[in-house]
Design a protein around this ligand. Sequence first.
Ligand code: DLL
Length: 433
Amino acid sequence: MIYNIEYETMPREALESIQLKRLQATLSRVYATVPFYRKQFTSAGILPGDISKLNDMQSLPFTTKKDLRDNYPFGMFAVPMDNVVRIHASSGTTGQPTVVGYTARDINTWSELMARALVAGGATRGDIIHNAYGYGLFTGGLGVHYGAEKLGASVIPVSGGNTKRQVIIMKDFKPTILTATPSYSLHLAEAAEEMGFSFADFHFRYGIFGAEPWSEDMRQEIERKLNLTAIDIYGLSEVIGPGVSIECHEAKQGLHIFEDHFIPEIIDPDTGKVLPYGETGELVITSITKEAFPVIRYRTRDITTLNPEPCICGRTHVRMKKVSGRSDDMLIIRGVNVFPSQIESVLMQIEGVEPHYQLIVEREDNLDVLTVMVEVSENMFSDEVKQLQQFENKISKDIKEYLGVTAKVKLVEPKSIARSEGKAARVIDKRKI
Ligand code: DLL
């Protein structure tokens, strides 16, 4: 099923003509109302009226997270506070949070996009959605909530945390869709098992997971452990929250970006050059319908690839590949570039390894040392020390073979790595402290 047939299956030409109109209107508005954008355009020698075709936008300057921080808290808002009905913020790991605002119309737009997303991910009006994304300043909880209500599904606003109570709710209310971060979904599965339940006894059809990178191998692990079909949803607070893009359950091959609201580009993160479809680089997004907090050519830092091929689901919107990581999450270990998700992929292919791991990076004698802490299954951990050492060596060898990076592997007791109720902290980079 498709929630908004007209827009989601619009032929390319019509879609691009809408994009151009909306882009032009957004540019004129931000130029008139946001001093930051007026300054940016002026220093690039561009007036909003100069943009007469979509490609012209490539001459507009990028907007970065630093720009948002410099204008903390409300400096990037394009409407007076009177018109702002909601504020969210992303905590970020360093420095000031990023603050975003929504008008009543923005909330409507977001709800529609989330309703579309839920339907693409397999939901219908008849579903009961167990929404374990955090409610609060984080956009996940309320984003899914409004979309679910717009669709007419039943939403359980359980939020993150109180994990045991969540298991009881799953058993008693019989929800059919789970929405959570992938890492929290595994925590829920583990808690259910500890309480003597299994997801096989629950009623989930689909899980709609996002807010953090998770590899294809992690998807398989989740589908196996939770007995559901796992769908990837992507978004970021700066652009709207969840609902920028989602996989369709029909293909599960790339995430459709709602292009009637967002214009995506892929750039080379080092040079800023726009790359053609099919090439991998940093995703840049321009929002073309937002009122309170529009962003122009926002550098997401997320690494992906765009695919314009038609999709079996009938949607015409371009698909982005599963995000492999953020350019600022990329680890450089003695000169070798590696994303945490690549290590995750290697780990998930090894039998006896649990989907809980942490990467610790340190510097010893001026050399980078990567330690991979990984949990193993109960029965494996009770094995002899010698066997564990052999297993550590095998994992280390696999990582070296697949990724070319040298890592120390440390097997740790089951359940000893901290569980998250939201986004998992996969990397501790002591070089940065
Ligand atoms: O994480 C919004 C969201 C909520 C998306 C619920 C999906 C589901 P922020 O807290 O601002 O917003 O974090 C945004 O999280 O730039 C990516 O680096 C990462 N991210 C989000 N979704 C995915 C995903 C929400 N599906 C940042 N795969 C983004 C990989 C993701 N990374």
